[in-house]
Design a protein around this ligand. Structure first.
Ligand code: SF4
Length: 66
């Protein structure tokens, strides 16, 4: 399993990543950049190589999954 991204990671800070999205309609779980397997709580993200983000998280690069 990948180590979890934390909000004090420099790249996470730059993109204002948080583990709990402030807006439930915009979260990692429905972001176009999320990778990995549907149903997992922690999944890889294209912007954070080598780390897993929480599906309930969010960052400023959020883009709606088509
Ligand atoms: Fe979550 Fe940001 Fe990655 Fe989208 S780009 S999955 S919002 S961390």
């Amino acid at each position: 399993d990948l180590p979890h991204l934390t909000s004090d990671d420099p790249q996470a800070k730059a993109l204002k990543y948080v583990e709990q999205a402030p807006d439930s309609e915009k979260h990692c779980g429905n972001c176009a950049l999320l990778q990995g397997n549907e149903g997992d709580e922690w999944r890889p993200c294209a912007l954070f190589p080598g780390k897993a983000v929480n599906v309930n998280g969010w960052c400023s690069a959020w883009a709606k999954k088509p």
